[in-house]
Ligand binder design. Sequence first.
Ligand SMILES: *Cc1c(COP(=O)(O)O)cnc(C)c1O
Length: 236
Amino acid sequence: MNENFDLIEKNIAEIQSEMSAYTGAHLMAAIKTRSDAEVRKAYECGVRYFGENRVQELLAHYECVRSLPGAKLHMIGTLQKNKVKYIIDKVDMIESLDSVSLAEEINKRAEKCGVKMPVLIEVNIGREAQKGGVMPEELEGFLAETARFENVLPKGLMTIAPVCEREEDYARYFSEMVSLRDNVLKKYMNDGEEPLLSMGMSGNYREALKYGSNFVRIGTGIFGPRAYFTNSDMQK
Ligand SMILES: *Cc1c(COP(=O)(O)O)cnc(C)c1O
């Protein structure tokens, strides 16, 4: 395990100072492959949102995150229907809702546990064949079809943008997310809350912040390179 606590502290301080101008933005640590000690270090440095990709790793981090007062745990990775039952009473939000059948399963399990699960709908903003997420043009139909699930609460949209050469190239994707939020999602949220955008990772969070991201999900930019867990794992 390659933990470098001084580096984590320095990275978080830098990101937080860049974020200080953006009042609605939260820093989320993407903690896949990281140790509980690294999670606790990030917490000590002020991080309150933690995102996990895989159900098994989420369960492994669960006790640690729950022991930290005020810490929130979000599922941010592809979620298989048959695994919803393991996390439904353990996460504060599911950010990777990408199919009607998954919404149906979350609804069923949430109802059983007597909870209403806040979700973000994952949008495939680059329309990439290998990636999950609802296509932008399908978002409206998706929202209409899932509105009947009373134990699933849509709170916003999440995306993993296609990899671009330059940071400014992300602008078109993030601005399209803003437009989906304002022109499509808002019609389906009638609880008076402002809809959330979860977008921006280590390589593009500055651009995402300019477009009003509420959650930037940062892994390597906080903890350094990952020893394993490839990009294709993440994008499945
Ligand atoms: C890993 C991951 C991140 C963070 O990626 P980095 O490039 O390490 O910052 C953000 N979002 C999701 C869904 C991820 O799986």
